[in-house]
Design a binder for this molecule. Sequence first.
Ligand code: GLN
Length: 304
Amino acid sequence: MDYNKVFCEISKSLESYHDNGKVASYIPELKKVAPIKFGVHLCTVTGENYQFGDSEEKFSIQSICKVLSLTLAFEIEQEDLWKRVGVEPSGNPFNSLVQLEYDEGIPRNPFINAGAIVVADVLVSKLENPKRDFLDFVRKLSGNNTINYSERIAQSEKSKGHRNAALCNLMKSFGNIENNIHEVIEFYFDLCSIEMTCEELARTFLFLANYGKDPISGNQIVSSSKSKRINAVMQLCGLYDEAGEFSFKVGLPGKSGVGGGIAVVHPGKYSMVVWSPRLNKKGNSNKGMQFLEEFTSYTESSIF
Ligand code: GLN
């Protein structure tokens, strides 16, 4: 299928679309991004690439990184990981504290902030040099040695990270954080600060569209069973308290971030990233969701 043509058609149909979302402002540096940016990139498992708009511009991937940190932690901890974090949708905002109290410090899933902080704690325990080793892993997945953290974004979030620190403290009080709170939270903010283009990020997610094997390098990143499970958690939890709506409208496993990116995979077919910085009330890209809904409808390529 000529996806370039499809991208053009959908963008045209969205010309009159009024995006009333707002660029994330609780991380001061994210406020500086131009709201009108819009990019798309799709990689097929057979090595074709299609793009549109600002697809070669770097943006802050934020929570999309949680899929990558989960992948590495799952590979290291195997099934033991699920003793410390669940796989249930939370139905609550991504930074919510409420369920942790009832669930005795075990986050509902690895994609809400609490869960991603536990995953970060696992990596701090198990990696020799967490920041360096994690970046090496992401570079291997992306086939690109220039991918990096943004010191500027990380510092900006660290200056306002009180809520995430509260989550970390609460979990520590229940015994579900092994390391020094400061170290864990700093590493979590570093993870969220990684910058990529739509093209780089779609490429990075390609192994999840191909049963755990990167079709370009031939590397088996994770087993097909793990790939299935990571996609399942994305399907149910990747868009927080909007995961049901996203399944309903788009019908693909996906992961969003407050930088305005959404990464989706269609197992056996493609990985795709859209980026549009204005967010809806749930912290997910407004136009990104709209575009993906039109895309899977037009191409009849939802997994359902
Ligand atoms: N770094 C952000 C935070 O912790 C990530 C949230 C997101 O992208 N949904 O609040």
